[in-house]
Design a protein around this ligand. Structure first.
Ligand code: MG
Length: 167
């Protein structure tokens, strides 16, 4: 837990990355709670929603509540295939219970494909609803550099600002 007085604000940074699944084990691609039909999916214990995971870690970090791995261990069968937006909603509840209000969250998703622009508003809406505050989503290409540039996976960075609720 983080020390807190009214008027205090805290920032948190979240990062996550998941590789694409091999073609013999197809999975749906879910980013920010939005399903991308027909696109190769990401490997992971839950639904591998890399954007929701980065946002959750940003919120947990800002509130001093540890990280997503502590709250939802990938060794726990309870979280297999889990809906990560539901996990994010749970995290937002934990942050709220600690006396914090989420001011906003901003995300940068790094990927070569698919194009996020047509679904960016849907992602921002789904994430904002889960968090209870404005969440903005930006997309960046890695310009061919490294694993992300080779289309081996998708990564996301998120930053969250919390403000202490009046007590
Ligand atoms: Mg993850």
């Amino acid at each position: 837990m983080t020390e807190r007085t009214p008027g205090t604000s805290r920032v948190g940074l979240g990062f996550d990355a998941h590789p694409f699944t091999s073609s013999d084990q197809p999975r749906p691609l879910v980013l920010g709670g939005v399903h991308f039909e027909g696109e190769p999916g990401l490997a992971g214990h839950s639904d591998a929603d890399v954007v929701s995971h980065a946002v959750a870690d940003a919120l947990l970090g800002a509130a001093g509540l540890g990280d997503i791995g502590e709250h939802f261990p990938d060794t726990d069968p309870a979280w297999a295939g889990a809906d990560s937006v539901a996990l994010l909603r749970h995290v937002a509840g934990l942050v709220d219970a600690e006396g914090w209000r989420v001011a906003n969250v901003d995300c940068s998703v790094v990927l070569e494909a698919p194009k996020l622009a047509p679904r960016r508003t849907a992602m921002a809406d789904a994430l904002s609803k889960a968090v209870g505050a404005p969440v903005s989503v930006k997309a960046k290409r890695a310009e061919g550099l490294g694993a992300l540039g080779r289309r081996e996976g998708i990564a996301c960075w998120a930053v969250a600002l919390l403000e202490s609720k009046e007590v």
